[in-house]
Design a binder for this molecule. Structure first.
Ligand SMILES: [Zn+2]
Length: 145
């Protein structure tokens, strides 16, 4: 937890020298939130030795706030463009706002070029407008045809 930027306990050591280090892959975990923060329970298996470790960590409110901020960033990185459909699991291709796909009624959906083209091909009377990437509309129009 050395990368944790939230404050360490006031009476803790200046440098955290571990007495025990756990290596492995978390294969089962749960987190229960309460008024004091949360408790994280994780089972780790060392891929070399097969040794299983059960770790129970009390996370204070500052730690929960820290985790929440980190998870928001992970979610943002995983998030796909507005035009990506659930049934199409492909990742975005380029900026997520390369193109704006307008429907016949002028409802808009920003998208990367891949998902913009897929969306355009699936609707009647839609048209692409380049947004953050010059020339994206032409490429999306050709790809959707
Ligand atoms: Zn996309």
């Amino acid at each position: 937890m050395s990368s944790l930027t939230h404050s360490a306990p006031e009476d803790g050591p200046v440098f955290d020298v571990p007495d025990v280090q756990t290596y492995g892959v978390v294969y089962k975990m749960s987190m229960q939130a309460d008024s004091r923060g949360a408790v994280l329970l994780a089972y780790t298996k060392n891929p070399e030795t097969g040794q299983i470790t059960r770790t129970q960590l009390r996370i204070d409110l500052a730690g929960v706030a820290y985790l929440r901020g980190r998870l928001d960033r992970i979610t943002a990185a995983d998030e796909r463009c507005q035009s990506a459909r659930a049934e199409d699991p492909t990742p975005c291709d380029g900026p997520r706002d390369a193109v704006l796909i307008l429907s016949r009624t002028n409802t808009g959906s920003y998208g990367c070029e891949r998902h913009g083209a897929a969306l355009l091909a699936s609707i009647e009377g839609g048209r692409p407008v380049s947004h953050s990437v010059a020339g994206a509309a032409i490429r999306v129009h050709r790809a959707a045809a």
